[in-house]
Design a protein around this ligand. Structure first.
Ligand code: HEM
Length: 406
């Protein structure tokens, strides 16, 4: 997967300040700071490397114990929404995690990889308390490995166990930090939305009368005989009307933020969601809409009007991107146990520098854009337990995938 061009809505808000007192502003010193705090030395690193082949040989024992703990608890079992695939994949990932942990090097790339693992758990809504118990399973398995490795050398055994404890402390701290980052960015987003909501209500209040007055005046002018007879005047009035419509639309988008209600979920066919949204879109004369929908998908469990709104926003962006000719394609399929609806255009694509910011409220790359559509879509998608993935290649197009729970 090309991470450079992919931005996932569930990722931390890139504009969030890092509130961790112990880390540098961009988090680059996190790993060094943690190594120095837990006291991980070069000798520890050598001890860890020396455990590699024993750990490799006994890996199945660890994996069985690890799953034993998860299987014994209904809440932990429920984290796996696609158990067959996810359990097999976690077995492989865990084995790789152990081996890379013993191998190092414990640098920034290591820390980034560990943060990505932490995010996989946040995204899978794994309660962080489960992490503590499973980390203890790993610790006690390592104690057994160290005891078997150095049976006649208690000092060396203690050195090896100490090294394992230190690296596992770092691992645990990094895993838990992703939960904290996620919470912070959600709190910040809530704050920004609350501010935006107040602002929206104010703007709506202040602008509704002036806009109504412009609309009425334009209507009155249109009725004048001289205007009716003059094509240029009529064209100018058309522009007044369409711009008043646009201003009204912007205010209504802003109000959507202010009035976001809790979703009322019920089962609905993906086909109906897509077709309902497509029916609300005006397709530019020189663009085409192609539907490639899997009719056998199970229903989605969502608030239909909210998710339809997300699809309308995505489709409308896609048609904006391919104005001047092109195709927008909407496909639906089952992807990793989720219902995936992809809206793909063959337009100009999004500059990688913009990609990370496109979901921020009031950020727009369009000359006339206000920057609310995607941000609102993100909010609605999250409220419905869904995720949005964006993939874009400059000069080739953009694909936004909505991943819904079944
Ligand atoms: C010591 C504790 C744990 C470690 C080291 C660990 C490690 C990992 C790793 C390396 C991945 C792959 C991440 C990626 O693909 O980027 C992963 C994914 C995952 N883990 Fe864990 N994990 C731990 C505990 C748990 C527990 C207790 C659960 C469930 C109760 C869990 C559920 C999952 C799930 C659902 C995924 C996503 C699998 C997928 O969709 O492919 N993990 N974990």
């Amino acid at each position: 997967m090309d991470r450079g061009n992919l931005w996932e809505m569930t990722q931390g808000d890139p504009s969030s300040p890092n509130l961790d007192e112990a880390s540098s502003e961009d988090g680059r010193d996190d790993i060094e700071e943690m190594k120095s705090y837990v006291g991980l030395t070069a000798e520890d690193e050598a001890e860890l490397a020396a455990l590699q082949s024993a750990a490799h040989a006994d890996m199945e024992t660890l994996l069985d114990r690890f799953y034993g703990v998860i299987d014994a608890h209904a809440g932990a079992r429920a984290v796996f929404r696609d158990p067959k695939r996810q359990r097999a994949s976690l077995r492989r990932s865990l084995a790789a995690w152990i081996l890379t942990m013993l191998e190092g090097p414990y640098d920034q790339a290591y820390a980034e990889h560990r943060k990505a693992i932490g995010r996989a758990h946040v995204e899978n809504k794994m309660p962080q308390r489960y992490m503590l118990t499973s980390m203890n399973v790993v610790r006690s398995w390592f104690v057994g490995i160290c005891a078997a490795q150095y049976p006649g050398d208690p000092e060396r055994m203690v050195r090896a166990i100490t090294a394992v404890d230190r690296i596992l402390d770092i691992e645990l701290a990094m895993m838990l930090a992703t939960y904290r980052d996620d919470l912070l960015s959600r709190m910040q987003r809530q704050e920004r939305l609350a501010t935006l909501g107040e602002l929206a209500a104010g703007i709506h209040h202040e602008l509704k009368n002036p806009l109504a007055a412009v609309r009425t005046a334009a209507f009155a002018l249109r009725e004048r005989r001289a205007v009716r007879a003059d094509a240029r005047s009529r064209a100018l009035l058309d522009r007044v009307d369409s711009n008043v419509d646009r201003a009204t639309e912007i205010i209504s988008d802003l109000l959507s933020f202010a009035r976001l209600r809790n979703p009322e979920k019920s089962e609905i066919a993906v086909d109906r969601l897509v077709r309902g949204a497509a029916a609300r879109i005006t397709i530019p004369a020189d663009c085409r809409l192609t539907l490639d929908l899997d009719p056998d998908l199970p229903p989605a469990m969502v608030d239909a009007p909210q998710v339809e709104q997300v699809l309308v926003n995505l489709m409308s962006n896609a048609f904006d991107a391919c104005s001047g000719g092109g195709e927008v394609r909407i496909s639906s399929r089952l992807q990793a146990g989720k219902l995936a609806i992809a809206v793909t255009d063959d337009g100009m694509g999004i500059d990688p520098a913009d990609l990370q910011r496109i979901f921020e409220p009031l950020y727009s790359t369009k000359p006339e854009g206000v920057g609310l559509g995607l941000s609102l879509s993100q909010h609605l998608a999250r409220a419905n337990g869904a995720r949005l993935l964006v993939k874009s290649t400059p000069n080739q197009g953009t694909s936004v995938t909505l991943l819904l729970d079944r």
